[in-house]
Write a protein that binds this ligand. Sequence first.
Ligand code: MIC
Ligand code: SF4
Length: 638
Amino acid sequence: MGLNLTQKIIKSHLLSGEMKTQNQISIRIAQTLTQDATGTMAYLQFEALGVPRVKTELSVSYVDHNTLQEDFKNPDDHEFLRTIAAKHGIVFSRPGNGICHQVHLERFGKPGKTLLGSDSHTPTGGGIGMLAIGAGGLDVAMAMAGSPYTLKMPGVVKVVLTGELPPWVAAKDIILEVLRRDTVKGGVGFVYEYSGPALKNLTVPERATITNMGAELGATSSVFPSDDVTLNFLKAQGREKDWIRLEPDTDAVYERELYIDLSKLEPMAACPHMPDQVKTIRELEGLEVQQVAIGSCTNSSFVDIARVACILDGKQVSPNLSLGISPGSRQVLMNIAEKGYYQKLVKAGARILECTCGPCIGQGFAPPTAGVSVRTFNRNFEKRSGTPDAKLYLVSPEVAAVAAIAGKFTDPRKFGEYPKVQMPEKFSIDDSMIIYPNADGSKVEIKRGPNIAPLPLGTPMPSELKGETLIVTGDNITTDHIMPAGKYLPLRSNVPEYAKHVFEGVDKEFPARAKKVGGGFIIGGENYGQGSSREHAALCPMYLGVKAVIVKSFARIHLANLVNFGILPLTFKNPDDYSKISLGDQLSIDVSNLKGNVTVKNITKNQGYEVSHPLSDRDIEIIKAGGQLSYEKMKSCA
Ligand code: MIC
Ligand code: SF4
């Protein structure tokens, strides 16, 4: 029986376990990436592991999230990241060099390799044929220290793309179509593998738009084969030596198949407040727009921005809105400047923002009150933009540019001729904002600003967990709900301060209540913890004394983060039990035998609920020790 692409890459990195769907396996991680908002914690954790040099083939530390620098906190963190990278053998991409996923694709990604990144959009690397997985910072720290990465062998969905994209229909519309069909939780436990005759017309950056936003399906990753298109991209980056051909076997087997005829697609948008709330632009036609934002790791490549420039050429941005453009990398910025596109954007009235995440993570350029913001990004969760009542729509750069001119949603197919923009045969390349570490970093002094608080450690779990129900949430709770980013991002290195904002947008009283009663339990619905990889959504609740999270189902990365920080993740055997628990109910759980049947006792209501968990024996040991770091410490003392 032949192997699919996912199985091929896993097989060549497999360290233990059998490649059977849902089996626990562990793989060698070839490359890692971190970004600053998760990176400071990841490197503090790496430091705590006591390994002098990273053991991966390549580890890169990017600064792209926290770049506004309103005070000392962010620049201090940048200094910490720069110096700790030099000490431990990590490549450092300086602030201003670009968004981690875009730069990694351009300069470092290699077909056939594994990549683990402390950011949920790490699967962007699948656009170049990598098996690229998002994880919590601690998992990335462990991988840098040479530990295997443990995961459940994913099932593989084959997405067969046929036909050709009509003019004004873009790669973004392909992933919106997948989201429309499979929803934000349909991908949990799967890798989406793209194939079919249409691939030859999809460039690497277009493929990367699709694999990037595959994160919104809850998928483990998404991957494209490495073919001649991949070779051309690597040639244009002066990296053809990194190319290998990598395709699935012709008799490969898949769990499920999805067929999309590209010629039948039309321009679409994900409507507030979830990426799977997809409608056609025809349905939204005429809706007034107050802001347009073009950029983010989903749609900020050279062709994306150049095409926007061609659409805006000779026109003016509508006086009723503001258009912000953040090119994905310094390379994109330099190339659009050299080829005259930058000038067109500025002339049309676009506001050029830094090459960073920017408005995507609520770092500046917030929409006006109740404003409709049309964005080429990947997430439209409520409050993420910094304006609590803004309405965020996710679209292609084409749709965004036309809306910027018209001031309202307009079917771009009415706009005129579709501008043809070719990917350059050779990009103009300048790596001078990438700092490579010296062979010996032992003398480097690490700079630690006052914002960097010591890493909190969990304590061993007692045999019975007892406490109060601190919150009962609904379905699809995102990590942005649990641990808001935006204006609080500079607190990422300071858990005691950041923990004051847990669940702020959902229930402002949560941190005070948790502190007052000495911690307790979180009750939730389906797909709890979807979205970002931020481990603070586990770390800060742990700091506030949360002992267990009991839900209908979990998102993958958040589940792993809960284990890493010693919080017991449980799922209701009977989903109806969820509605029987109320805020303030006293609960107790006998955890002396987590391998047997586990019951949550509701002392207040005198009820019992059967629960299960997806934990391996090792996960149980980790939770009992109070989390991964405490577990590692215990192991090294034993
Ligand atoms: C996001 O898009 O939500 C982020 C900000 O990039 C996060 C990482 C973080 O919270 O630092 C992600 O996607 O993992
Ligand atoms: Fe940055 Fe937005 Fe991409 Fe997250 S989704 S890495 S915040 S650009």
